[in-house]
Design a protein around this ligand. Structure first.
Ligand SMILES: C[S@@+](CC[C@H](N)C(=O)[O-])C[C@H]1O[C@@H](n2cnc3c(N)ncnc32)[C@H](O)[C@@H]1O
Length: 310
């Protein structure tokens, strides 16, 4: 099954599909550091560039399209929703790519998109309504959506994400992949002999451990057995009410990039060729490999049952 991956980042989504037996033939991201990490870990081609400026003809025909696209509000133009409502957004570009394949009678069999949990309520639900109309009405897919938490798929991180799963064949019935019992904690994933730079100085500890202030009033907690969601800005160090801190050898520290990789389901042979700052951003942005793999396996099963897997 040939896959095109959009907004590939470092390939968390791609890794899950690769492990489920799919063949990634083309990937794309406009962040040069993400592309550097991707190239260090995949044999498949990744094109560095803005997807809006890459010619539609350059994107190879494929069976499955995957992508964790950035969420942007759509303008609503009247009640008849069409492509116009999404114009100028990255979702519009995804739709254009699919449309270009349909026009060539090379309609992808399945589309899997990932986004933040709040996609459904974003812009008072208008964003999701437009996405649904475009995928179902304009492009003719049978669409399912579900919110999956990484902690239910084997990694100790609370991370709720929306997955949109579409099939060209309307006989397809998608149900969320079975959850599995979590058998490890964040503490099980910690590295030993961590360099001093990851430990907090005595001076910064009171700030990091203070509770949220003003509009953001949250309780400071460290050593959580199930990590809070890793976020793309975690390299900047947030307070302990938003970010993950652990105690080791009696001292408090932040997570290392390798620990972030583990919390996102990447195995230890995943090469991290970039600076810590970039690595934190990349792992914070990634799709958890285990969750991607569970979805990819479920989609594979459905395609096999329908005789469409090749
Ligand atoms: C949420 S991340 C995707 C993470 C990825 N799915 C993973 O599992 O590692 C979104 C990615 O979209 C990329 N991106 C945003 N706008 C883009 C554009 N116009 N063209 C290409 N890539 C873009 C960002 O650089 C970022 O890596």
């Amino acid at each position: 099954m040939n896959v095109v991956s959009l907004f590939s980042g470092i390939g968390g989504l791609d890794k899950g599909f690769e492990l489920a037996g799919y063949n990634i033939i083309w990937a794309n991201d406009f962040d040069k550091y993400a592309v550097q990490t991707y190239k260090s870990n995949f044999n498949s081609e990744i094109i560095h560039g803005d997807i809006n400026t890459i010619s539609l003809d350059e994107i190879p025909d494929h069976d499955v399209l995957i992508g964790g696209f950035p969420c942007q509000p759509f303008s609503m133009m009247g009640s008849e929703l069409g492509f116009e409502d999404a114009r100028g957004t990255l979702f519009f570009r995804i739709a254009e790519i699919i449309k270009s394949k349909i026009d060539k009678e090379k309609k992808p069999k399945a589309i899997i998109l990932e986004n933040v949990r709040s996609l459904k309520t974003h812009n008072q639900g208008k964003t999701f309504a437009t996405i649904t109309k475009i995928l179902e009405k304009n492009l003719g897919y049978k669409m399912y959506s579900t919110i999956l938490n990484s902690a239910n798929y084997g990694v100790p991180q609370t991370r709720n994400r929306t997955f949109i799963v579409c099939f060209a064949n309307h006989n397809a019935v998608f149900t969320p992949p079975n959850e599995i019992k979590l058998e490890c904690t964040l503490q099980d994933l910690l590295e030993n002999n961590v360099p001093d730079k990851y430990f907090l100085s005595e001076r910064i500890i009171p700030t990091i451990l203070s509770n949220g202030t003003g509009g953001y009033n949250a309780k400071s907690e460290i050593d959580l057995p199930i990590a809070r969601p890793l976020c793309a800005t975690m390299g900047k160090m947030h307070r302990a009410c938003q970010d993950n801190y652990v105690t080791q050898n009696g001292r408090i520290r932040r997570l290392t990039p390798r620990e972030c990789a583990r919390l996102q389901g990447f195995s230890d042979d995943f090469v991290i060729p970039v600076s810590d700052a970039q690595a934190y951003k990349q792992f914070g942005n990634a799709v958890t490999v285990n969750v991607s793999n569970a979805v990819a396996t479920q989609v594979r099963k459905i395609l096999e049952e329908m005789g469409e897997w090749q």
